[in-house]
Ligand binder design. Structure first.
Ligand SMILES: C[S@@+](CC[C@H](N)C(=O)[O-])C[C@H]1O[C@@H](n2cnc3c(N)ncnc32)[C@H](O)[C@@H]1O
Length: 415
């Protein structure tokens, strides 16, 4: 379904996937505009692990918004990369916090120097990735494998987990953290209803059921006596598994194995998984899931110092229905293309990417009931409601239906 760059061995898949080389503009979504003026060298104390003022440069404003992550956990993570043959990455880029429109900050990867088109930006040895098994449609399987390892590694009585991963796992968005709350998996019934999308509601409920079944069968059951406790020593709950499912759908990349291996694997790739999404990112993901190989982001355009290193999720084929369910945010880039895709799906002009109808057109019945649901409030009323709403998840829901209606109105008269 997805278009993929031939050179890339990453497969476009139902999880967070990759890249299309169609758009070749280099805009970093949330970066302060890079100044044209030539910048001075950073004054002492800079660098990823230094203690001076982060990456402040000069009065031109370049990078002045970008605070580098030098938390204790980040420093331990940088050490982990350095001691595992991945320290060169930190000469080119680091982790930073990028301001969002809503005033919050989003962690992401920032270039610490100019990187030329065609050069490697990020390079992670396969051995550093957590291989969560072969590709498949059910995210609860890798989620269960990940949760076990996470509890083993970060718990009080470590079991079989790979302790070297400790500093990486500590950098993952925490259980009950804000990051996951934008995903439909964590929406209340009211917020789900507000989407005016019966198929998304059904898929979300189905995924929750699947998570519950997986929990009962593979975690709670007497057949799984060895499943570790949660990191604070209390029993693992279905909510922990739900969080792990979100980590999978939002961060895992599906990558082809060696040339001799016909399989693809779901990998959590430290550092590379900290790249945020930008539909217009020109960068290329490449690599193989096999010992001795590497997983890379290659510059599709020259990157300036201070720019955010974004990649395009979902092979450029994912619309906002997927962004909402799998990643927990809405893609507003490239003239609302991610909404246009949903509108086209609802009009039977574009195939579904995932879910029950994956690879097919949405059935006429599903098209009709979604359009009916969207007709229940007008665009103007949604805008007004948005102004009166403080709850971030509800705002996301209303923004979603509003964006879909605006995109639909390019094709049909909705009301
Ligand atoms: C693969 S992770 C990217 C790194 C992540 N920001 C971090 O700090 O670990 C994907 C998650 O990052 C966030 N994210 C990525 N791109 C975003 C964007 N353009 N706008 C808002 N949130 C984004 C969402 O929470 C998403 O589920």
């Amino acid at each position: 379904v997805h278009s993929v760059l031939e050179a890339s061995a990453f497969l476009p898949q139902q999880y967070r996937t990759i890249y299309t080389s169609d758009d070749v503009t280099s805009s970093a979504l949330f970066m302060a505009k890079a100044a044209k003026k030539k910048k001075k060298k950073p004054s002492g104390g800079g660098g990823l692990k230094g203690f001076g003022s982060p990456v402040s440069k000069d009065s031109s404003g370049a990078m002045s918004n970008i605070e580098l992550d030098r938390s204790v956990d980040a420093l331990a993570f940088y050490d982990f990369l350095e001691s595992n043959d991945a320290g060169d990455n930190l000469k080119r880029c680091g982790l930073g916090f990028f301001p969002l429109e809503n005033g919050m900050k989003l962690r992401g990867v920032v270039a610490l120097k100019t990187i030329k088109k065609g050069d490697v930006i990020i390079r992670i040895p396969y051995e550093l990735a957590a291989n969560l098994g072969q590709e498949g449609a059910d995210p609860t399987i890798p989620a269960q494998a990940f949760l076990k390892d996470y509890c083993d590694v970060l718990g009080d009585s470590p079991g079989e987990g790979d302790m070297a991963r400790k500093s990486y796992y500590k950098m993952l968005p925490p259980y009950r953290g804000d990051d996951c709350l934008g995903s439909t998996d964590f929406f209340s019934d009211e917020t789900l209803e507000a989407l005016q999308s019966p198929t998304i509601v059904e898929e979300t409920l189905k995924r929750r059921d699947l998570t519950k079944l997986r929990f009962e069968r593979d975690i709670e059951s007497e057949d799984s006596p060895d499943f570790p406790t949660w990191i604070d020593g209390t029993p693992v709950t279905v909510d922990h598994l739900q969080w792990a499912v979100w980590l999978i759908t939002s961060r895992v990349l599906t990558v082809q194995g060696a040339e001799s291996d016909n399989k693809s694997y779901r990998l959590l790739i430290p550092f590379l998984d900290m790249c945020n999404h930008d539909r217009s990112s020109p960068h290329i993901l490449t690599g193989r899931a096999a010992p001795g190989r590497e997983l890379k982001v290659v510059a599709g355009a020259t990157v300036k110092e201070g720019e955010q290193i974004n990649i395009c999720y979902g092979g450029g084929q994912a619309g906002n229905d997927r962004f909402l369910q799998d990643y927990g945010f809405l893609d507003t880039g490239v003239d609302g293309k991610a909404y246009t895709m949903v509108a086209q799906q609802l009009l039977g002009k574009r195939r579904m990417v995932e879910g029950v109808s994956a690879g097919k057109l949405l059935s006429k019945a599903d098209q009709d009931r979604t359009l009916d649901s969207l007709r229940s409030t007008a665009i103007e009323a949604d805008k007004k409601l948005l102004e009166d709403t403080d709850d971030p998840a509800l705002k996301t829901s209303i923004n979603y239906r509003l964006g879909v209606k605006q995109a639909l109105s390019k094709f049909i008269v909705l009301q």
